[in-house]
Design a protein around this ligand. Structure first.
Ligand SMILES: [Ca+2]
Length: 464
């Protein structure tokens, strides 16, 4: 997680009707300043009735790290505690909607961002693993908004242009985001200043097994400090928009590319198989269409974002999107809705589906994973191979295969083979680390193919 006020990798995406300059000057000045770019100053835009769009897109931010979400995880005591107060981010949820079941389709940087910006799944948009560029013919929502009269801009990390680091972008590379002066491809530049605090940690033995409770506590403290920094600057952005009279005509979205394991399952980082790195924050404020205080429990994913936000803005989709328009679940309209999130691991050795009751991951090594969320919300007891759950396993496996036939046909053969291995011994937690190793190895091959960088300290197919 990496969004800091004095940190050039801080993230944000800006879309404005009519006059980008005026909006940047008037509305997003504090936001840009918070994002590490210079402030602008001038008069507000008339806006011509069309909504502005401001996206605050953090890197590696877990739901449990935000105070509006933490109480919603009361059934998962390993991460259902408020560790840091984030009132400004909470304001977006109180004055707009908070989505409790919003997921990334892939829990690592590049593929997640590809889904978010194109509305397509990783193997379809081409950026399925870190440091691999989008296919040349992908259309981002930035490009689509530009085609429909919007001025567009992007500040911060992009990570969809291959290996260059930092790789400052130019308009010919920026995929529809015209103002790309402060848009760079990848890299993390954190600045953390420690101030000793009283020990209020209740780290458990499992966490201690990761690196030692003291070390974990320190990492959590750093993480929460960065989260607080983000929240302070979200407050500055909202105040600036409010002061200029632009807030209510601006769709403000706050989300991230993926979450962060902080000791859960004995893991650190992301890009594994468990839900907590995939179930991410998503808040949206737009009082003209989104009712204040709405808590939306329906499932939606990054691949749904582009068709959804375009629908809210009255702009047609590009026609290439694979995700679905979820605007009805935000506006409260009655709609038939399928509560499923499709998961694509960047190793291309695992694919899954999350549902309200069960999560299933099919893996090419046969170590499938099935969890009963009702009775095991922290996903500690793998039921793959359990005779009593064969019916639900088969049903979910069919969903995974059907989805992948449409968006990732190369995987269908091994997915069918994995689904047929129902009798295989269930994967224990330590075996999952083996899975992570397999993922890291596959990711390393992919990076080599893409000309990418070194394996990150925490392994598992890249560290961004
Ligand atoms: Ca990331």
């Amino acid at each position: 997680m990496s969004y800091m006020s004095d940190d050039p990798q801080s993230q944000g995406v800006l879309m404005f009707p009519m006059s980008r300059r005026d909006f940047m000057k008037a509305g997003a000045a504090a936001g840009l300043a918070a994002l590490g770019a210079p402030a602008f100053s001038a008069e507000p835009s008339a806006g011509a009735g069309k909504p502005n769009l401001l996206i605050l897109h953090c890197d590696q931010l877990s739901q449990w790290a935000l105070s509006i979400y933490a109480p919603m995880h009361k059934n998962t005591p390993s991460y259902g505690k408020t560790l840091v107060e984030t009132p400004n981010i909470a304001r977006l949820g109180k004055e707009g909607a908070v989505l409790t079941n919003f997921f990334t389709n892939s829990a690592v940087c590049t593929p997640s961002r590809g889904c978010f910006f194109t509305g397509r799944y990783p193997e379809s948009h081409g950026a399925y693993v870190n440091n691999t560029p989008l296919n040349p013919d992908e259309i981002t929502f930035g490009e689509q908004l530009k085609r429909h009269g919007y001025d567009t801009g992007y500040c911060g990390k992009w990570h969809l242009n291959g290996p260059p680091k930092p790789g400052f972008m130019t308009p010919d590379l920026s995929r529809g985001f015209d103002d790309c002066r402060y848009m760079f491809n990848r890299g993390h530049w954190k600045k953390i200043v420690e101030e000793p605090q009283p020990d209020e940690s209740d780290s458990d033995e499992k966490e201690a097994a990761v690196k030692g409770a003291a070390s974990l506590q320190k990492m959590k403290a750093h993480y929460c400090g960065e989260v607080k920094c983000i929240d302070d600057n979200v407050g500055r952005i909202l105040k600036a928009l409010e002061d200029k009279g632009l807030l209510d005509n601006t769709i403000v979205v706050f989300t991230t590319d993926h979450g962060d394991y902080m000791g859960e399952h004995g893991l650190m980082g992301k890009n594994q198989w468990y839900r907590t790195a995939y179930q991410i924050p998503f808040l949206i404020r737009y009082p003209k269409k989104v009712k204040a205080g709405a808590v939306v429990g329906h499932f939606a994913t990054n691949a749904d974002f582009m068709p959804t936000v375009l629908a809210l803005m009255g702009v047609p989709p590009s026609g290439r999107e694979q995700g679905v328009d979820a605007s009805a679940i935000l506006t409260g309209a009655k709609v038939e809705w399928k509560d499923e999130a499709n998961i694509h691991h960047s190793s291309r050795q695992g694919a899954g589906v999350y549902t309200p009751e069960f999560d299933l991951i099919l893996r090419n090594n046969g170590l499938n994973m099935l969890f009963d969320l009702t009775n095991d919300p922290e996903e500690k007891n793998n039921l793959a191979g359990d005779a009593a759950h064969k019916q639900v396993f088969d049903e979910l496996a069919r969903k995974i295969i059907t989805h992948n036939k449409a968006v990732n046909p190369e995987a269908v053969e091994w997915l069918q083979a994995a689904a047929a291995r129902y009798g295989a011994p269930p994967a224990a937690v330590k075996e999952n680390k083996g899975g992570a190793k397999a993922g890291a190895e596959a990711g390393a091959k992919d990076r080599a193919k893409a000309g990418g960088g070194k394996k990150g300290k925490r392994g598992a197919a890249g560290e961004e």
